[in-house]
Design a protein around this ligand. Structure first.
Ligand code: SAH
Length: 267
């Protein structure tokens, strides 16, 4: 193989894995600087790819950094690049891995997430919220706007409600496509989520999630119509809040509504 080709050979970007490699060191530092796990926490990088964030992360967290990438080409490349930490480089699917098996204690998460699965990553984080105190992640700009939106906004949705019940969410900054190779078609955003003090919602969480999901699946309808399939009794139907749309409700409003529904379902 000609030498020039050899040195260019890194990880060939695969579209179906959402691979867009960050090539701007300055942006990489801004992302890593936004991440400050507490002592004693493990850090997990999702999708290290060619390791642009990994290099700085390893300098700061050393053996406390774990990495998972689904792409064998990437993990092989990283093991060569960071031989001292090869035992911390895992090949696999973040969505199907067990965080509890990875480490028996808190794990903070960082990464330029594969955009095709970023919502699923956040749903998985929600399931593991008691072991994930901090997340700094890059996502597609629209997704970042949706997640960080509050009630009343057109982009406020299921993930914004569910995540903000348990995390403080900050939209840190926007990233242009040119800083990636290959550049994605969309702009990106960096978010930081910090676990809040809520251990449990005061209401039944399964019912809460069902109401939030149903409400937003029919976001143009009033809750009275959007929640029809639940066959709610008249005393709930006549509540003023049922005349509102899901996007107008805060986490507290959804919680109160769930409590009321629970009460009538119990009786
Ligand atoms: N962090 C790198 C790469 C970002 S691209 C950078 O900033 O340059 C997204 C990365 O996520 C790719 O390396 C891709 O292989 C990886 N990836 C895609 N799906 C994944 C999954 N399900 N689990 C773990 N990693 C995944």
């Amino acid at each position: 193989m000609p030498w020039r080709l050899f040195i260019r050979m890194k990880v060939s970007p695969k579209k179906y894995l959402g691979q867009h490699f960050l090539v701007d060191e300055n942006i990489a530092s801004r992302i890593v600087d936004a991440f400050s796990p507490e002592a004693g926490e493990k850090a997990l990088e999702i999708g290290p790819g060619t390791g642009v964030l990994t290099r700085t992360l390893l300098r700061r967290y050393g053996d406390n950094l774990l990495m998972i990438d689904i792409d064998k080409e990437s993990t092989a490349y990283l093991k060569k690049k960071f031989p001292k930490y090869s035992h911390n480089i895992l090949q696999g699917d973040f969505l199907s891995m067990s965080l509890a098996k990875l480490h028996n204690g808190p794990i903070s998460i960082i990464g330029n997430f594969p955009y095709n699965i970023s919502s699923q990553i956040f749903f998985k984080i929600l399931e593991n919220r008691d072991t994930v105190p901090l997340i700094v992640g890059m996502v597609q700009k629209e997704v970042g706007e949706r997640i960080s939106a509050g009630p009343g906004s057109k982009t406020y949705g299921i993930l914004s409600v569910l995540l903000s019940a348990f995390y403080d969410i900050e939209y840190l900054f926007t990233v242009e496509p040119e800083v990636f190779d290959p550049p994605p078609k969309v702009r990106s955003s960096v978010l930081r989520l910090t676990r809040n003090n809520t251990n449990h919602l005061p209401c039944n969480e399964t019912i809460f999630t069902r109401i939030v999901k149903l409400g937003f699946q029919n976001r143009r309808k009033t809750l009275r119509n959007a929640l029809k399939s639940l066959n709610l009794p008249e005393e709930i139907h006549k509540l003023d809040i049922l005349g509102k749309r899901a996007e107008q409700l805060s986490v507290e409003d959804f919680t109160e509504l769930t409590e009321k529904i629970e009460l009538v379902w119990k009786n």
